[in-house]
Design a protein around this ligand. Structure first.
Ligand SMILES: Nc1ncnc2c1ncn2[C@@H]1O[C@H](COP(=O)(O)OP(=O)(O)O)[C@@H](O)[C@H]1O
Ligand SMILES: [Mg+2]
Length: 182
């Protein structure tokens, strides 16, 4: 089973991934695989980020990891991979997201762009365009420690995602935050 951990940059994907690795799980870092295998279409100089060839990445992961019992793929593009079986979308209240993004020392423009993306549910919308709602868990990580988040994820996984109902999509709404001036 391939499980994507996705979410707006800053929601805590990498922190969660590191803890999952410490717990003995295999977690793939998408950006790293894309760079190592040259699955790149170019570079977005404005955003100082690579433009990843999702189709190549999808084929590579499908070919090499489909028969794994449990493997996580982490990254803000992981929901775009058609080969993933389940998705966990990390959702974070914008004011807390702003704090986390400031910790990353990102510039104001990039912070604003990502806050807007979180408020407008962009990652979730992109996820439902590609995957069945029944395979997506929306996890509100606001005020949760990394350990708490990982514990929820491990429970979901060990239970074979039978408890997905508790995290079904559509219950999180940050839209009122758009009125605030970040
Ligand atoms: N649950 C959390 N509790 C406290 N700090 C967190 C939590 N999740 C993330 N952070 C902090 O927020 C920042 C961004 O987290 P990171 O894991 O890099 O996010 P992402 O990989 O989604 O971009 C980091 O400085 C991290 O330490
Ligand atoms: Mg990260």
């Amino acid at each position: 089973m391939i499980i994507a951990i996705t979410g707006t940059p800053g929601t805590g994907k990498t922190s969660v991934a590191k803890k999952l690795v410490r717990e003995g799980y295999i977690v793939l870092d998408l950006n790293r695989i894309a760079c190592e295998n040259d699955f790149l279409l170019g570079r977005d100089e404005k955003r100082k980020s690579n433009i990843v060839d999702i189709d190549k990445l999808n084929l590579f992961i499908k070919k090499n990891y489909s028969n794994f019992d449990i493997v996580f793929v982490e990254g803000h593009l992981s929901h775009l991979l058609r080969c993933v079986d389940k998705l966990i979308v990390l959702r974070l209240e914008p004011s807390q997201l702003e704090k986390y993004l400031k910790k990353k020392r990102w510039n104001e423009k990039k912070i604003k762009e990502n806050l807007e993306s979180e408020i407008l549910d962009i990652v979730l919308c992109e996820s439902v365009e590609i995957h069945s709602k029944d395979n997506i868990a929306e996890l509100n990580v606001t005020n949760k420690s990394v350990d708490e988040i990982v514990s929820i994820i491990i429970d979901l996984v060990t239970d074979g995602f039978k408890n997905l109902q508790k995290y079904k999509i559509g219950n999180i709404d940050w839209s009122e935050e758009i009125l605030k001036d970040f």
